[in-house]
Unconditional design. Sequence first.
Length: 573
Amino acid sequence: MSILARPLSQTLLRLVDAHSAELEHAVQQLVEALEAGHVCLSRDMLGPAACEALLASPLVGRPGEFKPILYQLDRFYLARYWHYEQQLAQGLLQRLQNSADWSRPDSPALLARLFAGSQQQPDWQCVAVAASLRQGLTILSGGPGTGKSRTVFNMLCALQLSAPQSLRIRLAAPTGKAAARLAESLRLTAAQVLPGLPEDWQVALQGLPQQAETLHRLLQPRPDRIGYRYHASNPLPLDVLVVDEASMVDVSLMAHLLDALPVDARLILLGDKDQLSSVEAGSVFADLCADAGLDPQQAESLSRLTGHVILPRAGRSQLGNAVQFLHHSYRFAGDAGIGQLARHINAGQEDAVLAVLQHNPDLHWHTLSRVVMLEQLTALFADYFAAVRQGDVSACFAALDAVRVLAALHEGPDGTQQLNAQLAYRFANRGWIRAEPRYPGLPVLVQQNDYSLQLYNGDLGIMLPDAQGQLKVWFAAEGGGWRALPPARLPPHEPAYVMTVHKSQGSEFSHVALVLPEQASPLLSRPLLYTAVTRARRQVTLFGHEARLREAVRLVPLRHSGLVARLRQEDES
């Protein structure tokens, strides 16, 4: 049992006067499962003896009982996570039940104008926009370069032009980096699209949002107590909310978000179902995408609105109508190395992955000694430290984003901790940095939220002197520009020459160098490999042995939850 899981299991067991070894083992399994990302455990996973011990224990109750462990849908939950999942399911279905259909007789003409020149048949971007007019929840999944930003921009245009009143629209994402990327993508799309639209449309669309914010900033955590400023009794002042990188949102944060939405607000979730799930418990976005379907009435309505032939497909709950997929990549040509590699990884095609790595100029695969690998990684930072010597904050961030070294693990000889230390040693030997704890050029990754400083886990900063020569840590400011903080004020942080693949989510880099561990690891998986590869726009360099690469392509971890079963139950009730 991990050092984090043990105290919780011991606290639970102290609530009963006496307990059997079977109950102790079952509680430990449940707590460890939560730490591993599962929201609950099914009877099958626990086994007969553990289930019998739990069901006979006063620790366990049914929904409505005040017990630390709840049993429903043949699953055992820690009570808090049962409430999160229940709140989430109800909030999602509420989006569908309480929202108005904003499609109008002129909607087909509006969609035809927004998608003029499209050659796709059917055009799933257009279908997704049409679906967003008809209902209050839209779930859009697509890989890199499939046009999610263009699609959501057209969604916002269509909604604003079709709604009975001017809309209050907000944009959000789990991290500051992802929020900045969302805002930038929509600004660029607006600059390209708006000039070609009718003048009266341009006037109506002037109020589309230009900035995005983190989910924490949107909900406003209350540092003096548990919870957020916005909740069911004090809902967010908005009509439409767009959340990008939704695969990164865990069940707790998603439940709080749904709780804070007005009952008639529209919610648009964007993401990639094949990416890594959230660091904390749950795989909400992937679960929702797995429930995709299209009933005959919805298919007929979307066909009428878009002019495309849309066929119904079976789903497991009414939520399936909300899910749309984008498959065509506009970023990567059919023979582009990164696109091919991502497709082969997702398909589980080990031999094809190895072949494309060896025969494409965009991809480089090395099985080098550790010394040679570290020398190659060191050389990747030459341009970054040249920018550091110039002292320009924007140039430093641009250089750092041009090449990013990622690792599968945080701890161990091939984890970020060791790699960061070994690279810093080599940088000092080259005279690029001072052999001190703090120095110009040190990139740092925040490890803990600090609401008073508006810094959040995963935020990236760079230590550089200010105009007075004082060493500060510079962070991107929401809305553009930079803000500086004294190093001593930072919450817990670590060097960020190398970061984990998990921490890279929501970011893109021109060149990604991925270090695989020498030893097998259960953390090395297909979603991790896919996520790492798709952070790159132009080039991928992979360091690792063939055995580890094959293991990663094969391993598809499953996170257990009752969300889909709960949605089906709500449908039937």
